[in-house]
Design a protein around this ligand. Structure first.
Ligand SMILES: NC(=O)c1ccc[n+]([C@@H]2O[C@H](COP(=O)([O-])OP(=O)(O)OC[C@H]3O[C@@H](n4cnc5c(N)ncnc54)[C@H](O)[C@@H]3O)[C@@H](O)[C@H]2O)c1
Length: 256
């Protein structure tokens, strides 16, 4: 592979949920393309480590703890970007609490506290990110909001009801933002990854992974870098006319 593109020189981008598989790959990619990145995650140590790795390889990043399900915490993350670099050009809302996915069952059986928790983190957290970032993006003269959705929003699975509802809501939120602020230079898009081998997913049984691979039109499952590349595209001027879309990056597991 050649030298990385430099499409994000000088941009300041906040990543909410930046320490996991997709998040850390995205933070690295954005920084490699010249962005200054605030890596926020509920896992504070991991966020600091991602930022330290970026800094060690010559990029600009700071790590911080954020609970995306807590409005003050999200506001503080965006405030940190403003206090450190004085502007904001993009935000990627990427966090999801996948640690409870095995308990996310169906409409009859799901525990209602769990339902509320998943919606709070995986959906309302994305609203908090939007509310915190939008005013600053408008002051910057425009900017990009990228939301991580999921193919689960389209499948109609008989499990993961709360996750699918949350991700469907993320798609609706994204379209609302694109319609509401597009004329003021805000671009909002969502990425719906297929099965991506983040550490969380790589730990799933091999049989399951083979089954999913068989359902794709690709020679492999997803790599975190596949999603990071799409985020970088959407954050850059190369994505200038991509607006209000849910972009499937899925090796052809589902066509739209
Ligand atoms: N990996 C896949 O196959 C896949 C497929 C479709 C969608 N996604 C989506 O991609 C995103 C990243 O997933 P991943 O596979 O990298 O998983 P991951 O578990 O590695 O990453 C999720 C990150 O979110 C963080 N997080 C959890 N709760 C949080 C909170 N309350 N506040 C802030 N951060 C919090 C975690 O600490 C973790 O770093 C998620 O939104 C997920 O739904 C992943």
């Amino acid at each position: 592979m050649g030298a990385p593109l430099q499409r994000l020189d000088g941009k300041v981008i906040v990543l909410a949920g930046g320490a996991g598989g997709i998040g850390s790959a995205t933070a690295q990619r954005l920084a490699a393309e010249g962005a200054r990145v605030v890596v926020g995650d509920i896992n504070h140590d991991a966020a600091q480590q991602v930022a330290a790795d970026i800094t060690a390889s010559g990029g600009a990043a700071i790590g911080a703890r954020v609970d995306i399900g807590n409005r003050e915490s999200v506001d503080a993350l965006v405030d940190l970007a403003m206090a450190t670099w004085g502007r904001l050009d993009g935000l990627h809302a990427n966090a999801a609490d996948l640690s409870v996915q095995h308990l996310d069952s169906n409409a009859l059986e799901i525990d209602l506290d769990l339902w509320q928790h998943i919606l709070q983190v995986d959906l309302t957290g994305y609203l908090y990110c939007t509310r915190a970032a939008l005013p600053h993006l408008l002051v910057s003269g425009g900017g990009a909001l990228v939301y991580t959705s999921s193919e689960a929003a389209f499948y109609g699975e008989d499990v993961r009801v709360a996750y699918a509802v949350a991700k469907s809501g993320v798609n609706a939120l994204m379209r609302h933002v694109a319609r509401g602020w597009g004329k003021q230079g805000i671009r909002a898009n969502a990425i719906a990854p297929g099965l991506v081998l983040s550490p969380t997913v790589a730990a799933l049984p091999q049989e399951f992974r083979e089954q999913v691979l068989a359902g794709t039109c690709s020679t492999r499952l997803g790599d975190t870098a596949d999603i990071a590349a799409m985020v970088a595209h959407l954050m850059s001027d190369d994505g200038a006319w991509v607006q209000g879309q849910v972009l499937s990056v899925n090796g052809g597991s589902l066509f739209h």
